[in-house]
Ligand binder design. Structure first.
Ligand code: AMP
Ligand code: GLY
Length: 443
């Protein structure tokens, strides 16, 4: 149990896991955990159309559970009734809403920070202050509470600034302005209610330049294990054009960050962040996701998230060794020192998101999805916005519908198989980028 774990000599037995969330990330987490030795049952709640229904085909030990992530008491009741050994919370919203706190208070082992730690993502102003206090490299910033205050900063600096809504805005609260006028408009819009309460405070930032990379640290409050860096593609359209999305595809390990670069990120960013959290009395047990920009003067933090990236997680999970479940359990118990070393397959892993027509503004839903992948295929198809209708037909139900992933001994091979597999999937209006990983593919 989480509260009495300091005297443990070894990790307790681990048979039953609950993954909370319904996206591609949670499908991938559930899939990876269900493959770990010793795991007899994984529930994904609320899951999606890709997670087997209880009693359905392929449901042995891996099933969907219909409890929404907002129903904390319902999830707790399930954990008690089924004697769940480990809960892994996928998305930021339930973490920020205190789900991990509620479950931990009831004695459960939970991978995912409490509401205090989730502020790393849920309040950009809070995260910026923490970075500034701890000397973590990040863009210079101003935190403002009114449009007038924001416009006064612009007036003073006389250059375009990046404008960010303080709170959770589903990845849509950021404007990278090309001109002072554009910054000014974004400030007025944010205070005009465009992001609801997420925009009550606004962070203005210096604009940085360089490639972006996502680094994930699995933390037990004190110690951490760092996963291979991944690169996401945030823009909707090929050539990194069009609106920002949650992410249209990813690949790992991103060669942009060498082993030395990754150690630098550990020393300059991740360890000081965990220390700073500890210094505030926050026992952070979960993922620290550092969104970094590799600038001419070194890595700078663009943002922190309190969870795995989506779709980076879908790319990383197939690379994880059989120790994954125990490593997450050890983090949840604050005892990474008791965990076996997490092995990582030395392959290149890639994923491409198939999105609905109209994504991200107004995704079209309810279209039947046809999938005809061969049984023994080396790809993994992780669902996100899908569900089964009354007849059991798989239909689209969200903006990002599916993530296809594949591995290979090099990126060319992995991308060739991922795109080949995507040919076998279709639904009305399906859109995906054909240039994911252009940075690492042969032209
Ligand atoms: P965020 O939601 O904070 O990750 O921001 C979304 C995207 O905006 C990032 O992935 C970057 O591409 C871009 N961005 C955010 N902050 C900055 C910055 N200070 N300078 C340049 N681009 C930024
Ligand atoms: N793929 C970016 C994110 O999860 O925030």
């Amino acid at each position: 149990m989480a509260n009495s774990s300091s005297g443990l000599q070894s990790l307790p037995s681990l048979n039953k896991v609950l993954v909370v969330g319904g996206g591609g990330r949670e499908h991938a987490l559930g899939w990876a955990l269900s493959r770990c030795p010793g795991i007899h049952q994984v529930w994904v709640s609320p899951g999606n159309g890709g997670v087997p229904e209880p009693g359905g085909e392929g449901a042995h030990g891996y099933t969907r559970l219909g409890i929404p992530e907002t129903d904390h008491e319902g999830l707790l009741a399930h954990c008690r009734n089924e004697a769940v050994d480990l809960v892994v919370v996928g998305p930021e919203a339930p973490l920020a809403a205190g789900l991990a706190d509620r479950l931990r208070a009831a004695g459960l082992a939970v991978f995912g920070p409490g509401a205090d730690g989730a502020q790393l993502e849920a309040s950009k102003a809070w995260a910026k202050q923490l970075m500034q206090d701890a000397g973590i490299p990040t863009a210079g910033h101003w935190s403002v509470r009114t449009a007038e205050e924001g416009l006064a900063v612009l007036e003073q600096v006389q250059r375009p600034l990046v404008v960010k809504a303080d709170g959770l805005a589903a990845g849509k609260g950021v404007t990278v302005a090309a001109s002072i006028e554009e910054s000014a408009t974004a400030i007025k819009e944010a205070f005009g209610g465009r992001f609801g309460s997420a925009g009550e405070r606004v962070v203005l930032e210096e604009c940085l330049q360089g490639p972006e990379v996502s680094v994930f640290a699995l933390c037990d409050g004190e110690r951490m294990v760092i996963l291979p860096p991944a690169q996401d593609h945030k823009r909707l359209l090929e050539g990194d054009q069009g609106p920002n999305t949650g992410g249209m595809g990813a690949y790992a390990p991103a060669p942009l960050l060498t082993e030395t670069g990754l150690s630098q990120v550990r020393e300059l960013v991740l360890e000081p962040t965990l220390k700073a959290l500890q210094g505030k009395g926050i026992d952070y047990r979960g993922v620290i996701y550092a969104g970094l920009m590799l600038t001419a003067s070194g890595p700078q933090v663009i943002e922190f998230n309190c969870r795995f990236g989506d779709p980076e997680c879908q790319t990383l999970m197939p690379l994880m060794g059989a120790e994954l479940a125990q490593v997450l359990q050890a983090c949840a118990l604050g005892r990474l020192d008791l965990a076996p070393t997490l092995t990582i397959r030395p392959d290149c892993s890639v994923c491409v998101v198939a999105a609905a027509a109209g994504y991200p503004e107004a995704p079209r839903k309810g279209d039947p999805i046809s999938v005809s992948l061969p049984e023994a295929s080396q790809h993994q198809l992780f669902h996100a916005g899908t569900r089964r209708d009354e007849q059991g037909t798989l239909v689209s139900a969200g903006g990002r519908v599916l993530t296809m992933t594949a591995q290979g001994s090099d990126f060319d091979q992995a991308f060739a198989s991922v795109y080949q597999a995507l040919e076998q999937v279709s639904f009305e209006g399906m859109q995906y980028r054909r240039d994911i990983g252009h940075q690492v593919r042969r032209p």
